[in-house]
Write a protein that binds this ligand. Structure first.
Ligand code: IDP
Length: 143
């Protein structure tokens, strides 16, 4: 059994739809446990830093504008194969390709406004969790 952590963002459009609870229910039903969570209004600097790997891409400014357009919920999730499992629940980046029943199929409005973020590897997860949470803000659930 591989217990991992992953990092999740409920993006501004999904928060605006009042879907935080519905999305948390999907995580919990899938066996992912919330070990840290908070609501944040991202600054431009925070959003640019988080998405630094996309700097220079044509969608970068639009993405940063969207991510700072309203509050987001950020959380660390813990569970067996959490990275893969969470990405399965989210669905494809482009909601046109997201399978029925995934979060992006249900809550995305466009490729940019695709409702949720999830780490793509355990390495990204560790970096992204540390970007938003101190160690003392994380409450392990596996023991
Ligand atoms: P991911 O969120 O599924 O890991 P990434 O490729 O890391 O996908 O892209 C980060 C975010 O940037 C996406 O979730 C989406 O909001 C936005 N994005 C990615 N590609 C495009 C694009 O081609 N046009 C507009 N927005 C994009």
């Amino acid at each position: 059994m591989t217990i991992e952590r992953t990092f999740s963002i409920i993006k501004p459009n999904a928060v605006a739809k009042n879907a935080i609870g519905a999305i948390y229910a999907r995580f919990e039903t899938a066996g992912l446990k919330i070990v840290a969570a908070k609501m944040v209004q991202l600054t431009r600097e925070q959003a640019e830093g988080f998405y630094a790997e996309h700097l220079g891409k044509p969608f970068f400014d639009g993405l940063v504008g969207f991510m700072t357009s309203g509050p987001v919920m950020v959380q660390a999730l813990e569970g067996e194969e959490a990275v893969r499992r969470h990405r399965e629940i989210m669905g494809a980046t482009n909601p046109d390709n997201a399978l029925a029943g995934t979060l992006r199929a249900d809550y995305a409005d466009s490729l940019t406004e695709n409702a949720v973020h999830g780490s793509d590897s355990t390495e990204s997860a560790a970096r992204e969790i540390a970007y938003f949470f101190t160690e003392s803000e994380i409450c392990p659930r596996t023991r």
